[in-house]
Write a protein that binds this ligand. Structure first.
Ligand SMILES: [Mg+2]
Length: 303
């Protein structure tokens, strides 16, 4: 199947909402955001060997590329609008692989309300490379930045953390509704999605907001996967929860309402302070919490 035939085959599978006036097939897409909306745009690369191991089923690769990208719109507390996907396809892949990858990208994009409005497919001789751009819109909301945290803010995280390498990094849903709620109902001061690990992403908030933070070890929601991975590699479950990353949960500051209307739990793990990012142990002692995320993930993929 030629690249053009493949593009046409995939195009027929895309269902577009009214907010995408012109989708794939013309020189450029035409989007119709809600009147007065500002656009919120994120771009990410997904490379075989870096973001997913060789041998990962195409369905899960497609899901991850879209979900991880939409997660960045969720972390701004904004609405997904459309996505743009470019594939660098390894020529040695069979047609079944390519179709399954295309269908999973389309399905995930539709599910997460960022239908594919354009992109490109090219064959080459290197491993699979995917570029995803997601456009979101504000619809009257103020985007929640990393830079708004203030001393005295309470610090929260959704879900549980660590061990995503065991599978969650491919399957985790973006927290779209939760991000919108955190923005709209809680007027969060700062928010980020946990892609590089709690230790690194909290340091991002601290740096951008010019504040510090205290995280209480006893409060950190350590996932079952973190404990499972700890048994395999003998790093403590807590280290996995702090540093693994790709949990795609939301880390945010300010306050929590009496009523949290989602299935995924939310946990208070500490607070924002004037300076220094610290981890408080169960005995009350404190030590610096440096950004140690991501590198572990990278090494684990490339063992
Ligand atoms: Mg992010």
């Amino acid at each position: 199947m030629s690249e053009l035939a493949l593009i046409n085959w995939l195009r027929k599978r895309i269902r577009l909402p009214a907010s995408v006036e012109v989708g794939p097939g013309d020189d450029a897409a035409v989007l119709a955001p809600a009147p007065g909306s500002r656009l919120v745009v994120t771009a990410d690369a997904f490379l075989e060997g870096a973001h997913f191991p060789a041998g990962t089923p195409p369905e899960r690769i497609g899901h991850k590329a879209i979900a991880a990208s939409v997660s960045d719109i969720a972390a701004m507390g904004c609405y997904p609008l459309a996505s743009f996907v470019t594939l660098g396809l390894d020529r040695s892949r069979g047609e079944a692989f390519v179709r399954a990858l295309g269908e999973s990208l389309i399905a995930a994009a539709e599910k997460y309300r960022a239908p594919i409005a354009g992109g490109d497919i090219t064959s080459w001789t290197a491993p699979l490379a995917i570029s995803v751009t997601v456009v979101g819109e504000t619809r009257g909301l103020r985007p929640v930045l990393r830079s708004g945290a203030r001393p005295g803010d309470r610090l929260f995280v959704t879900g549980s953390l660590g061990g995503s390498l065991l599978g969650r990094h491919l399957d985790a849903p973006p927290r779209i509704e939760e991000g919108l709620f955190i923005n709209r109902e809680l007027a969060a001061h700062a928010m980020i999605d946990i892609s590089d690990g709690l230790s690194t992403d909290l340091n991002h908030i601290a740096e951008e907001s010019r504040v510090g933070a205290i995280v209480r070890e006893v409060l950190i929601p350590v996932s079952a996967a973190a404990r499972q991975l700890a048994e395999q590699d003998r790093r403590p479950p807590l280290a996995h929860a702090l540093d693994d990353g790709e949990d795609f949960e939301l880390l945010f500051t300010r306050r929590l309402p009496a009523d949290w209307p989602f299935d995924v739990p939310v946990t208070e793990i500490g607070e924002i302070t004037a300076k220094d990012v610290l981890l408080e142990h169960i005995d009350g002692s404190r030590e610096p919490l440096p950004p140690r995320g991501y590198e572990h993930t990278w090494r684990a993929y490339n063992k």
